[in-house]
Design a binder for this molecule. Structure first.
Ligand code: CA
Length: 375
């Protein structure tokens, strides 16, 4: 069957039935096709238009680009049958309310980070990254082949959405500080924006922890609402200008493999025909892994020239004493939460056992290679 014309005019929020002018020449032998003039017939075709709410502002690089890439792929691969329109935080005004909006069906899809929902459900935070946990290749292996996807489905079931990996930042930097952090006392009373389980750990060390939407980070730091913050790494931080206020830039411990998140309203996903479900899942997985490569690239490029471009940035690493204390509190808090919640325990054990197994390979492959070949 050969299509002559497309006349699809989608309308937002609706399933639109349109007509495609087609040739009804299927199944005919070549000589018959030559002899008979092709008959025209109308074939009904649905165009489904979805809305996606993202935590990021309009034009936000890397994270927002991953969403655009996913939506473009879906449209292209589905021949225009499924169109996803993106609303940024400037429009919906609920940067940290994406899960609720997708659950309610206000949006069919969302793009955010799973650990932003830890106040609602602590078990969601395992699907972003865990302090002192797996690095990105280990964590991707866990998601797709080590039981991670199944556990994520179990956790998000009660929240009315399907959750999918939505792009990895790679290892993140430990954050921007106005003053050098030399001792544990320097952390006491410090006001810091840091999400996820790392925030729980720092709270125990006296840090006043908060989470703030990305669009408000610079202002919060500038006005002194916070003394320190962590965001991502050189791929995104330098453009935000944090170094102008807080020049001490610490290496990471808290987010070794931050995975963003696509969410799809369950009823909306279940209502899609199978081929569109497959296209959507494929596009999300591609966009997620593509963002990992993009993040690595942008971090590498920006890091290569950081000394020249930003001579005032002071690179630091937390002292062994501070790191040891973070590790101790991490273990203590994880054990407490696991004792109180069987689901927390199940996910923690899955991640811990997987990391223990996979780390041996990481050690003898990447780590051994780097250790022996770094100049
Ligand atoms: Ca971060």
């Amino acid at each position: 069957m050969k299509q002559l014309k497309h006349a699809m005019k989608p309308i937002t929020g609706l399933v639109v039935v349109v007509s495609l002018l087609t040739l009804a020449a299927c199944g005919e032998k070549p000589q018959q096709q030559q002899a008979a003039a092709p008959a025209e017939s109308k074939v009904e075709k649905e165009v489904i238009v979805w809305k996606l709410a993202q935590t990021w502002g309009t034009g936000f690089p890397i994270f927002g680009d991953a969403v655009i890439k996913m939506a473009d792929l879906v449209k292209e691969m589905s021949g225009g049958e499924l169109e996803i329109r993106i609303d940024s935080a400037n429009k919906h005004k609920a940067a940290l309310g994406i899960l609720d909006m997708v659950n309610a069906g206000q949006y069919e899809m969302g793009h955010s980070a799973s650990y932003y929902w830890k106040g609602k459900d602590p078990n969601t935070m395992f699907f972003s990254t865990m302090p002192l946990g797996m690095i990105a290749p280990e964590q991707y292996a866990w998601f797709y082949y080590g039981g991670g996807m199944e556990l994520m489905k179990k956790v998000y079931d009660k929240h009315g959405v399907y959750s999918f990996p939505g792009g990895n930042t790679g290892n993140q930097m430990g954050g921007w500080f106005r003053k050098e952090i030399n001792t544990l006392d320097d952390l006491d009373g410090l006001k810091m924006r840091i999400p996820g389980f790392a925030g729980e750990i720092l709270s125990k060390l006296g840090v006043v922890v908060t989470n703030i939407a990305p669009g408000e980070l610079y202002t919060a730091l500038e006005r002194g609402t916070i003394d320190a913050l962590e965001w991502v790494g050189p791929s995104l931080d330098l453009n935000m200008g944090f170094q102008k206020i807080a020049p001490y830039y610490y290496t990471g411990w808290h987010e070794p493999a931050t995975e963003l998140q696509f969410m799809v309203n369950k009823a909306a996903f279940d209502g899609l025909p199978g081929h569109l479900q497959a296209i959507l899942v494929t596009a999300m997985q591609f966009a997620a892994y593509d963002m990992y490569a993009r993040s690595y690239h942008d971090s590498a490029v920006n890091w290569a020239s950081i000394e020249e471009d930003y001579p005032d940035v002071k690179i630091r690493t937390f002292s062994p004493v501070i790191i040891a204390e973070m590790k101790r509190i991490n273990q203590e808090l994880l054990a407490e939460s696991a004792a109180a919640d069987p689901m927390f325990k199940e996910i923690l054990e899955s991640q811990t056992n997987y990391m223990k197994m996979a780390r041996k390979w990481t050690e003898i492959s990447d780590y051994a290679y780097l250790k022996d070949n770094l100049e």
